[in-house]
Design a protein around this ligand. Structure first.
Ligand code: SF4
Length: 310
């Protein structure tokens, strides 16, 4: 399969000479967009689980990592791992609590770094200083949810922040030896292809190391489910999604690491579209569209590079 973009595996191989696997952990934190500090109810596509596994109620961070390592080792013989704090807002606690959670992860054998998923309006200099203090010995990623550069969309999806919060967070993170990843969602309510192209162009101008692209899928027990069932939201078709992904990739710098091209719905929670379950087919469709369009990452960002991934 031709690779027309800079994948995360390629980045890991260049940097470490081997595959590195992320192990997802649930720190049992919450989100200020749910507990009333910023808002209630959360983003309209997020359910109370907040992308979490629920493991926090039964296991410590270290136990989750040890179990995850065993699983990944059995399947891939992997030897290096990153602890991915994914559920809810992983900078939303006191600095002491955060230090204790992060350091529990970093003290687990074979963990070479952290990926911290969070909201851009939920970081402070103290938190960034703490994370920066680990960077001599560990790889540290901040993963900021932006979803769209359009403030009108951010209001519609009840994000509780605007794009300026994201820009501030990215600028506060740069020059700290911390890598920055941004999460974008394709297919948000009332967004067209032009909206996501504008988002890609805005992201391309910022000091960002990586991008994760997600399809908006409808999850049970969310305001999105209500919109969908009332006929007020129509999911993207696979071909539409593949084309929009190509549109984004073309506009990102060729050096931006593409961490994801689509998401993984939880098997018990997906309402629509059902094709979201078939991740492999979606990836193949994206690769096919890149081929058919004779395009690649960066083609419209830096027109001098040509199809360098051919
Ligand atoms: S910020 Fe994240 S965890 Fe909080 S409601 Fe939105 S998607 Fe869910």
């Amino acid at each position: 399969m031709s690779k027309k973009y800079k994948s995360l595996n390629e980045y890991f191989r260049e940097r470490f000479g081997c595959r590195v696997h992320k192990i997802t952990v649930d720190a049992g934190l919450t989100c200020p967009n749910r507990d009333g500090t910023i808002g209630r109810g959360g983003c309209i596509y997020c359910n109370a689980r907040g992308s979490g596994s629920g493991a926090a109620s039964q296991m410590t961070i270290k136990e989750q990592l040890l179990l995850g390592k065993q699983r990944v080792f059995r399947r891939y013989k992997a030897k290096k791992f990153l602890a991915y704090f994914q559920a809810h807002t992983n900078t939303y606690a006191s600095i002491q609590t955060l230090a204790s959670l992060y350091e529990q992860a970093l003290s687990t054998p074979d963990i070479i770094g952290l990926c911290i998923g969070t909201r851009p309006d939920c970081v402070s200099d103290d938190i960034l200083n703490l994370l920066q203090s680990y960077t001599n010995d560990y790889l540290i990623w901040m993963e900021y949810g932006l979803q769209s550069i359009h403030d009108k969309t951010l209001d519609i999806i009840n994000r509780g922040h605007h794009s300026n919060a994201f820009i501030d967070a990215v600028l506060a993170t740069q020059n700290r030896n911390i890598l920055t990843c941004v999460h974008l969602i394709l297919g948000l309510p009332f967004e067209t292809r032009d909206h996501i192209i504008e988002t890609a162009k805005a992201v391309a101008e910022l000091p960002i190391d990586a991008v994760k692209l997600h399809l908006l899928y409808v999850v049970k027990d969310t305001p999105m489910e209500k919109l969908y069932r009332q006929g007020q939201y129509q999911c993207l078709y696979p071909s539409q999604y593949a084309d929009w992904v190509c549109d984004v990739l073309e506009r990102l710098p060729k050096t931006t690491i593409i961490q994801r091209l689509t998401g993984d719905p939880h098997p018990d929670e997906l309402v629509a579209p059902s094709w979201a379950f078939n991740k492999q087919a979606t990836l193949e469709l994206i690769h096919k569209r890149l081929d058919e369009r004779h395009t690649c990452q960066g083609r419209l960002h830096d027109k001098t590079i040509g199809n360098q991934y051919d």
